[in-house]
Every structure is written in structure tokens, then in C-alpha cells.
Design a protein around this ligand. Structure first.
Ligand code: PLP
Length: 255
């Protein structure tokens, strides 16, 4: 991608105090964005994305008040959840999942945000039924029309939600998306609006439970809140800049 914006500087957090400062800063920005949109900050959940961050530093973030952690890769997430089992943390898997890894998610995750196929829904449902538990899920939608992005096509989303109705163990909480990576904020907002419109249509058909919108990351969470986000997934603005390139997580992403 050629129109990739210059990365803002994200301060690296190394102590409980650093984390407390970064978290407070993000929360203040969430509150300000909510206020601009005439919304309450309580409507917006802050999911702290801890991928690549080792357990020792995660403990500092937890001491600074982090309770809701998001991880892109299931193996890494499972390892951390096991090593931090004595902590009061809620784990959310937010990255693409292969069907044969469904059992790993069922083993530890409280939430899965990247549901994008019926095959995967069936694999999760089967494992969940066997384990006698349910799982909060978000359906991922590709709102940027990029070949490389995971997620359902917007046009397929309502039919998909309709089919999900028969998987009782999957509690559909809403829709999730990654916006276009561009400094053109109008195009970023357009992705968020596509997700919101889909949510509204799903609501009219009674297909989507609470109808949450998981959208917005370190670079665009304020715009996402102005467009209706109920969950923002923020990593670098809390933990510091990642050295791992984003292409690790989003195939085809050239950043
Ligand atoms: C890494 C990641 C984020 C957070 O990105 P930051 O730039 O660290 O805020 C959000 N969503 C998904 C799916 C991710 O993989």
C-alpha cells in the first residue's frame, strides 16, 4: 500500500506507572470521542491488544488495571492464558482461526471476534457443546474490499447471521472489522459506516443480539467511536510500538 500513514509515536510501557499513564490517556481519548458523538464513554469497551507482549510485561499492565486482553494468534494466547491463569483477566481471540484450532479457543477463550465461516462456526459449536459451554463471538466483515483481508463480504453477512442462529453455543455479540489502512480518514470512516449499516439491518431482522460493533485500533479508534464502535481494540497506544510487522497478522498487508 502506498498511502500508508506515518506511524504515530507510541510510548513503550515498562512499569505499572507507564501502563497506568497510557491506559488513562487512551481512556480520556475514548471519553472525548464519545462526547463528540453524543455518546456515553460507558458504551465503549476497551480491549487491550497484547500480542507480542510477554507475560512479565502483561503482569504490569494487569496491575495497572487491564482486565480485558485481546490476542491475534491462538497459540500465543493460549500460552499466556495458561501462564496467567491466576489473574483475573478475560481473553479475547481477535485473529483469523483455522478450523483445526477451534479446540484451542474453546479451551481458554472468553470471546472470539473473527468468526467468518460456517465451517468454523460448526467446529466451534461442536467443541463447545462437548465442553458444555458457550462462547461470545463477533462476526468479522471485510469492509475495505481488499482481497487480502479476512472476513465475510458485506453482501453475505446477513445470510451468514441467519445461518448462525442454529448454533446455540455461539452467542453472537456483534460485528467486527479492520478498516482500510490509509491516512484518508473519509475512507476509513466509510469502512466503519458499512459495518454499522449492516448491524442496523441485522437488528431490524432480529439477527444480532446486542448488536455490538468491534472497530477501531490505535490509529483510528476515535473515528470508530464517532461512527458507533462499542468495542475498540487498542494495542500499541497502550503497550508501545510493536516491532513485528503487521503483515504477520494480516496477510497481504504491506506496512
Ligand atoms: C493488532 C490488532 C489490533 C490492534 O492494533 P494496534 O495498532 O496495536 O492498536 C486490533 N485488531 C486486530 C485484529 C489486531 O490483530
Amino acid at each position: 500500500m502506498t498511502d500508508q500513514p506515518a506511524r504515530p509515536q507510541y510510548p513503550h510501557a515498562e512499569s505499572v506507572e507507564d501502563f497506568a499513564l497510557n491506559i488513562a490517556d487512551v481512556r480520556a481519548r475514548i471519553a472525548a470521542a464519545a462526547e463528540r458523538a453524543g455518546r456515553s464513554a460507558d458504551e465503549v469497551r476497551l480491549l487491550q491488544v497484547s500480542k507480542t507482549v510477554p507475560e512479565e510485561r502483561l503482569l504490569l499492565a494487569i496491575q495497572a488495571g487491564a482486565t480485558d486482553l485481546g490476542e491475534n494468534k491462538v497459540q500465543e494466547a493460549k500460552r499466556k492464558a495458561e501462564n496467567l491463569a491466576d489473574q483475573d483477566v478475560r481473553w479475547s481471540v481477535i485473529g483469523h482461526l483455522q478450523t483445526n484450532k477451534a479446540k484451542d479457543v474453546v479451551a481458554f477463550a472468553d470471546e472470539f471476534q473473527a468468526l467468518d465461516s460456517i465451517r468454523l462456526a460448526d467446529a466451534l459449536d461442536r467443541r463447545l457443546q462437548a465442553a458444555g459451554r458457550g462462547l461470545d463471538v463477533f462476526v468479522q466483515v471485510n469492509t475495505s474490499a481488499e482481497e487480502s483481508k479476512f472476513g465475510l463480504e458485506p453482501a453475505d453477512t446477513l445470510a451468514f447471521l441467519e445461518e448462525l442462529r442454529h448454533r446455540d453455543s455461539l452467542r453472537v455479540q456483534g460485528l467486527m472489522t479492520l478498516a482500510l489502512f490509509t491516512s484518508d480518514t473519509e475512507r476509513v470512516r466509510e469502512c466503519f459506516r458499512i459495518l454499522r449499516d449492516l448491524r442496523d439491518q441485522a437488528r431490524e431482522r432480529d439477527l444480532i443480539g446486542p448488536g455490538g460493533l468491534s472497530m477501531g485500533m490505535s490509529g483510528d479508534f476515535e473515528a470508530a467511536i464517532e461512527e458507533g464502535a462499542t468495542v475498540v481494540r487498542v494495542g500499541q497506544a497502550i503497550f508501545g510500538a510493536r516491532s513485528t510487522p503487521d503483515s504477520e497478522y494480516w496477510p497481504g498487508f504491506a506496512g
